[in-house]
Write a protein that binds this ligand. Structure first.
Ligand SMILES: NC(=O)c1ccc[n+]([C@@H]2O[C@H](COP(=O)([O-])OP(=O)(O)OC[C@H]3O[C@@H](n4cnc5c(N)ncnc54)[C@H](OP(=O)(O)O)[C@@H]3O)[C@@H](O)[C@H]2O)c1
Length: 265
């Protein structure tokens, strides 16, 4: 099984890479910071072949196109694409491409990568790390960057994780086995410096381990659930309830069309 994992240099993605590799997958590690993703590759190389490492910064869509081309050159099929790289920051910034950074990193870049790899994924599956924060999302396809509405890091993060679920719905409608999931509240570098994550790291019992955070990802990458529940949102390795805002097929199609035009400008 050939499995591409983004955000593989840290946290949940690194833990999933270790577990999928242990289960015999040929993992391709995609990371932003070369030293971090190389360190994960070194860990895997102790007990198996050294994985293929690729680097990409999602704040640059040309970098994402280059990543897709590198993967396409080397692999004629992909069994699992794990869209896991993600970010939350309380400071608003714009990318090289002129998009609000959280929406580009969490939605537009994985949208571009996935759509550039669709033919390679025809018999594979896509697993996307969403979040229960998506339930608070108020995504407006005509204002993905929140230029016309109030911006806060958590509001925008919620919109981007709602987008992950809607992208999953539309991928499934287009015949790709796609699922998304909430990993739990996990002690990683995610949202570093926020009061919430400071509490998660300091209050005993509040946050879980990256390995447990990766459990649902690994389940969806390996178990028949990742195909037979295509389009669904999971938590704790089972389909989970989520609001219409994360499942609405009309909103999902509209988001696809808008995202397509934004990344192909
Ligand atoms: N931790 C939680 O409680 C929690 C809860 C719900 C959902 N999630 C989601 O879980 C996923 C993984 O997060 P995590 O908790 O494992 O946090 P993490 O340790 O911070 O990992 C995030 C990964 O995303 C990568 N990344 C960030 N910005 C990027 C960019 N511009 N281009 C490419 N890659 C970038 C990071 O690369 P670097 O290593 O270079 O920084 C890192 O590998 C994210 O999608 C997050 O939204 C996390």
């Amino acid at each position: 099984m050939i499995s591409v994992i983004t955000g593989a240099g840290a946290g949940i993605g690194a833990a999933a890479a270790v577990e999928l590799s242990r289960r015999g997958h040929q993992v391709i590690l995609v990371g932003r910071t070369p030293a971090r993703v190389a360190a994960v590759a070194d860990r895997l190389a102790v007990s198996g072949p050294r994985p293929h490492v690729l680097t990409c910064d999602y704040t640059n869509l040309d970098d994402v196109r280059k990543l897709a081309a590198e993967i396409r050159d080397r692999y004629s099929r992909i069994d699992v694409l794990v869209n896991n790289a993600g970010v939350m920051t309380t400071r608003r910034t714009s990318t090289l491409n002129g998009h609000e950074m959280i929406m580009q990193v969490n939605h537009l870049a994985p949208f571009l990568l996935t759509t550039l790899l669709l033919d390679r994924l025809a018999a594979g599956r896509v697993v996307t790390t969403s979040s229960q924060a998506g339930k608070t999302g108020r995504l407006d396809p005509d204002d993905l960057d929140r230029n016309r509405r109030r911006w806060s890091g958590w509001l925008q993060y919620g919109d981007s994780k709602q987008a992950n679920a809607l992208f999953t719905v539309e991928l499934a409608r287009r015949g790709i086995a796609a699922t998304c999931f909430h990993p739990g509240v996990i002690k990683t570098g995610f949202a570093g410096g926020t009061l919430f994550m400071k509490l998660v790291h300091r209050v005993p019992g509040l946050g879980d381990t990256p390995e447990n955070g990766a459990a649902t990802m690994v389940h969806l990458a390996t178990h028949p659930d990742g195909v037979r529940h295509s389009g669904r949102y999971f938590a704790k390795c089972a389909p989970a309830a989520h609001p219409k805002s994360m499942t609405d097929p009309a909103l999902a199609r509209r988001l696809w069309d808008v995202s397509h035009s934004l990344v192909n400008r």
